[in-house]
Design a protein around this ligand. Structure first.
Ligand code: CP3
Length: 349
């Protein structure tokens, strides 16, 4: 069932993703809907996290809050990567001050083999409804990004059972139970492809895949436990551009650029623009990579650092973003200074 939506007025982001000429780079921020916005905090007082995610009207309102406040060039649907583990039977709770906690993490081989990707889009229909509603409400102001977690990052939470600095239990499971681990990765890959395709049918105009914990794997383990599944996902999605954000996987940039089928690669702040361009040789658009903590500094420094970053990446095949999600204690004016600096950017003659 395909939908009809209002025509798109700002296609800068989609043009940059497709490698077309742009007047200036587009800009958006990872986690641009969230706790640094007072209007988000107001809804947070009234509704729990999953009420906000599972009620299409609330998810739509929260998605559009940063668009009204900061006018970036893209919106990202308000949801979470942990919707897929939920659809696969893992209980997820968000504990204030602690983060996500799973009631029944994968502990045994039997637990792992009981994970089956069945009817995932149907179980997550609320996400599709939120996307369709948001496309209508955005009225063509900016494109809407859908997203999902990479299999490795989802596996981290499903096995560890909670957030962690090193996900030691998840990493140990890979070496102790490789067959069971491979089964979970395959099911997660299938679930993610079905889920992302349903998001596109519902109205998502681009997709970002978050591999937030890629950087805790060795290069060889990344090649075995993350890259093949990322490649399968991005190669399966032909309908819209795909951005792969494998945080910390600087060593895999070249393979991701030439093998993954992604239109763009997200970069964290540890990678220099020159290094990223050298490894990817303009085969993909690059997105990133302002250090999120730099938004806590004075506005004049934010302006200067943002300009310098664009000077170094260049204006073409580039999407300005942060190197990871915006922090909850960033003043709204500082986030606005970042977005405005990109919008006013002029290359030195
Ligand atoms: O970018 C956006 O504006 C869209 C919304 C979005 C959220 N989570 C909302 C959210 C996106 C894209 C995500 C992805 C996500 N979720 C990732 C990958 C990106 C990344 O940050 O690495 C991960 C690892 C998760 C899992 C998750 N969800 C964690 C670790 C937490 C707790 C940490 C935190 O920031 O509080 C969440 C909760 C969450 N997801 C919040 C938001 C706005 C905070 C909820 C709240 O306290 O109101």
């Amino acid at each position: 069932m395909s939908q009809t939506f209002p025509p798109l007025k700002n296609d800068l982001f989609l043009r940059a993703l497709k490698g077309k000429d742009v007047e200036r780079p587009p800009v958006w921020m990872m986690r641009q809907a969230g706790r640094y916005l007072p209007q988000y905090m107001k809804l947070r007082e009234k509704y729990s996290f999953f009420e906000r995610v599972e009620t299409p009207e609330l998810a739509c309102e929260i998605t559009i809050q940063p668009i009204d406040e900061l006018e970036p060039d893209a919106a990202i649907i308000f949801s979470d990567i942990l919707t897929i583990p939920q659809a696969l039977g893992i209980d997820v709770d968000l504990v204030p001050g602690k983060g996500p906690v799973m009631g029944n993490p994968i502990k045994t081989v039997d637990d792992a083999f009981s994970i089956l990707a069945e009817d995932v889009p149907k179980k997550l229909q609320h996400v599709m409804d939120a996307i369709t509603l948001t496309r209508k409400e955005l009225n063509g102001r900016v494109p809407l990004i859908g997203f999902g977690g990479a299999p490795w990052t989802l596996f981290c939470y499903m096995v560890q059972g909670e957030g962690s600095r090193n996900f030691d239990k998840a990493k140990a499971f890979l070496t102790q139970q490789p067959d069971a681990s491979r089964h979970v990765m395959k099911e997660l890959t299938k679930a993610t492809i079905d889920y992302l395709k349903a998001q596109i049918t519902a109205g998502a105009q681009a997709i970002q895949v978050f591999d937030s914990w890629a950087g805790i794997l060795s290069p060889d383990d990344f090649n075995e436990w993350s890259l093949p599944y990322l490649m399968e996902i991005s190669n399966a999605i032909k309908e819209v551009p795909v951005i792969v954000f494998a945080k910390g996987a600087w060593y895999a940039l070249e393979r991701l650029a030439f093998k993954s089928g992604a239109s763009a690669l997200g970069l964290d702040w540890t990678i220099s623009p020159e290094f990223a361009r050298e490894k990817t040789r303009n085969n993909v658009t690059l997105q990133g990579n302002f250090d999120p903590t730099h938004l806590l500094g004075p506005i004049k420094d934010i302006e200067l650092k943002t300009k310098r970053m664009i000077d170094r990446f260049g204006t073409q095949r580039y999407i300005t973003n942060l190197g990871h999600g915006i922090l909850p204690n960033v003043p709204v004016d500082h986030a606005r200074a970042f977005v405005e600096t990109v919008k006013n950017y002029k290359s030195e003659p």
